[in-house]
Every structure is written in structure tokens, then in C-alpha cells.
Design a protein around this ligand. Structure first.
Ligand SMILES: [Zn+2]
Length: 402
């Protein structure tokens, strides 16, 4: 027992000593572990701090990289952009929102007055367009951009009306028309009859009304598009001063479009960008003009936008097959790829000259009543403009992926 006790005692002492040693060892180990941990933390912190020390450089490199990338992105993205196909049900739902009565009475009629630049008629039409867009739920950013320009009639004040759905979006699809009317001497049909003035129904009251109907029909969808912060937004431009006061020339015509193209070429986009401007943001410049006569024909004018002209052909064909167009006897009646009539001078020219891709939707040959007092509502074919608005609804919806 003693042996056992001694042994126990001896063993206990040894154990006690061993425990003490182990305790000391474990404290040393703990100390070492703590030191190692602190060392590791210090190294990590040091590495982190040293990373942060150079983070400005790194960030600037990344930012530079981004800026470097933004330039080709604006270009590359527009070139590689593809429409998002709508289903038959979606197409029916979208074009079902086109309201020909609203287009004809609420939107077109108030534009059918003489509206020479700088006059009360011009201001009233501008207010009509502005108040309609302001009323929509999509939340357009509206701007009246006025400027003075020398003309053969002296200094005239012109006013472009601009509407952008989401000004912060990187890219834009631009839809444009001109709302001014041509200065022409009034005349009366009978010697003592009332004076008739040039109203320019097809030139270009109808295109302006079509654009208004287009964004009205798609209002709810455009509101959602804006909320989703889409990469591509929509810009509308209602140009002033398209018409010449005398014979059209580079200095006497396209007052509004020349001014806007110049303004956009001077506006950095995104804000603060050094190498890109609002012109680079334009995916496509879609210009509507001389629309409203029955049986119109539209041809492609530019090779670099032929695939977007094809989209118009395809939209017309699909709507015809679905029975959604009226007074439309043939599958492809309006948009003709088999003809090439050459370019036409219009508001797209100042943008085209700066490299903006253009889709020019202008009736060719021109309507027989162009630049005559007969360009009135009586010569406008309501089913045609309803059909063309439906084609544009499909085109726009698929372009921006509504
Ligand atoms: Zn004209």
C-alpha cells in the first residue's frame, strides 16, 4: 500500500511536477499561439493597409479601365444589340393599346395649325406636346431648348422639344419628327373665301402624333422600363425649324436638328466622360417624316442600319399574318427592301454626318400633296397611320425589350 502510496506519492509528485511543467508548457504554447495570432493579424492588417495604400492607384486603374471600356461599350453594345422577340399574345396586347381615336382627335388635331418658328401657333403646338407627355405616368424628363438663329427672314427664335425617359441610362433609342410647318403664302379657294394656310398634316403633324400615340400606348411598359434602370432608354425629339424659309440650303433648313446635333456633340455622356458624348449614346436615330397618305412606301436608306429596317419589315409581316392591320392587302405593303431610292435630305443629316446610325422612315416617292395647301387631314388615311403606329409599337417594344 505504502509502495503504492509512495509510488502514488512519488508518482503524484511527478504528476504534479509534470502537470506544472505541462501547465507552463501550455502557457508557453498559448503565449506562442497568441503571439503567432497577433503576428498573423499584424501581417494581415499590414497587407490590407499596404493594399489600401495603393488602392487609389488600383482604383484609378480600374476606373481608367472602366472609362477605357465605356468608349467601346457604347459602340460595341449598339452594334451587338438584339431585339427581344415578343410572343403572339404580347404583340396582341401591345398593339391593342393603340387607340386610333386618341391619335386622330386628341393628338393630331391640335397640331394641325400653322406653326411657324417663333409664332404663337408654334408655342401652342409645343405646349400641346409638352402637356401630353407631362401627363403620362412614365415620367419623361422634358426640356424646351430655345435658341436664336439668323434666317433669310432675320433672327428667329427656334425651340426644340426634348423628352428623355431616363437621362441616366447609358444608351438611347431616339425617335424624332419636326413640328414646325413650312412658311407658305395662304390662299383661298374662292376670291372672297376664307384664307387657307399650310397645315403640313403629313409634314410632319402626323409623325409627331404617331410618336405621341406610340409612347401613350406603351406608357405603363415604359414606366416599368424606367424603374428597371434599363441600359437602353428612349429619347423623343420634336424639332423646330426643319423647313426652309426660302429655297432649302445648308444654312436655310434643318435649324433645330443642326443645333441639337451640335449641342449633343458637346455634352459628355456619361456625365464627366472625357471621350464620349450624348451622340455616342444614340443607338439609333429613327426619323419619321411625310407620313399619312394611303399606300405609303418606305425604303431602306442606309446599309449600316439595314437590320433595323428588316425589323420594320418583319413587324409589318407578323401584324398582317395576325390580322392586326386594317386596309392592308399584302403581307409586305409599306416597307420595301427590293427598292433603293437613295438618301433624302432631312433632320437626320446633322446626326448622320457625326456618325449616328439612322433609320429614316419617310414616304418615298413623296406624297403628291407635299408642300401644298392640300396637305390636310382630308388627305390623311387614318387606317394607314394606325397600322404604322402598330408597326412602331412592335419595333420599339422589341428593341428596348418591353
Ligand atoms: Zn416639308
Amino acid at each position: 500500500m505504502r509502495t503504492i502510496r509512495r509510488h502514488r506519492s512519488a508518482t503524484g509528485t511527478e504528476l504534479l511536477l509534470g502537470r506544472c511543467n505541462r501547465l507552463r508548457m501550455s502557457r508557453v504554447r498559448m503565449l506562442l499561439v497568441c503571439l503567432c495570432g497577433m503576428l498573423a493579424m499584424a501581417l494581415t492588417l499590414g497587407f490590407y493597409l499596404s493594399s489600401n495604400d495603393t488602392s487609389d492607384d488600383n482604383d484609378s486603374i480600374h476606373m481608367d479601365d472602366n472609362i477605357q471600356f465605356r468608349v467601346p461599350d457604347l459602340i460595341r453594345d449598339k452594334l451587338t444589340h438584339n431585339p427581344r422577340r415578343s410572343t403572339v399574345a404580347q404583340i396582341k396586347r401591345l398593339v391593342g393599346q393603340v387607340n386610333s381615336g386618341r391619335l386622330w382627335y386628341s393628338l393630331l388635331r391640335p397640331i394641325l395649325v400653322e406653326r411657324l418658328p417663333g409664332t404663337r401657333g408654334s408655342r401652342r403646338v409645343r405646349e400641346h406636346i409638352y402637356s401630353h407627355l407631362e401627363f403620362l405616368s412614365a415620367g419623361w424628363s422634358l426640356e424646351v431648348d430655345s435658341f436664336n438663329s439668323a434666317t433669310p427672314k432675320g433672327l428667329i427664335t427656334f425651340s426644340n422639344l426634348l423628352a428623355v425617359l431616363d437621362p441616366s441610362a447609358p444608351r438611347r433609342l431616339l425617335l424624332a419628327c419636326h413640328y414646325d410647318s413650312k412658311a407658305m403664302p395662304p390662299a383661298s379657294q374662292t376670291p372672297d373665301g376664307p384664307l387657307r394656310r399650310f397645315l403640313g398634316a403629313s409634314d410632319a403633324a402626323v409623325p409627331c402624333a404617331m410618336i405621341l400615340e406610340l409612347v401613350t400606348a406603351l406608357d405603363v411598359h415604359l414606366k416599368v422600363l424606367k424603374q428597371q434602370k434599363s441600359q437602353v432608354t428612349v429619347q423623343l425629339v420634336f424639332f423646330d425649324g426643319n423647313e426652309a424659309f426660302e429655297q432649302p440650303s445648308p444654312s436655310d433648313s434643318l435649324y433645330g436638328s443642326r443645333y441639337l446635333a451640335d449641342q449633343m456633340s458637346r455634352t459628355p455622356h456619361p456625365p464627366g466622360a472625357e471621350h464620349t458624348t450624348l451622340l455616342n449614346a444614340l443607338d439609333l436615330f429613327v426619323l419619321l417624316d411625310l407620313i399619312g397618305a394611303p399606300d405609303p412606301m418606305f425604303v431602306n436608306h442606309f446599309d449600316n442600319t439595314v437590320r433595323w429596317f428588316d425589323e420594320l419589315v418583319y413587324a409589318e409581316r407578323r401584324l398582317h399574318k395576325l390580322g392586326l392591320l386594317s386596309s392592308h392587302p399584302r403581307e409586305v405593303s409599306y416597307f420595301r427592301k427590293d427598292l433603293n431610292l437613295g438618301p433624302v435630305e432631312d433632320d437626320h443629316v446633322p446626326f448622320l454626318q457625326q456618325g449616328v446610325p439612322v433609320l429614316h422612315m419617310i414616304t418615298t416617292p413623296f406624297p403628291s400633296f407635299m408642300h401644298t395647301l392640300e396637305d390636310t387631314m382630308e388627305h390623311i388615311h387614318s387606317q394607314t397611320i394606325e397600322n404604322l403606329t402598330k408597326v412602331l409599337v412592335v419595333f420599339l417594344a422589341e428593341y428596348i425589350g418591353l
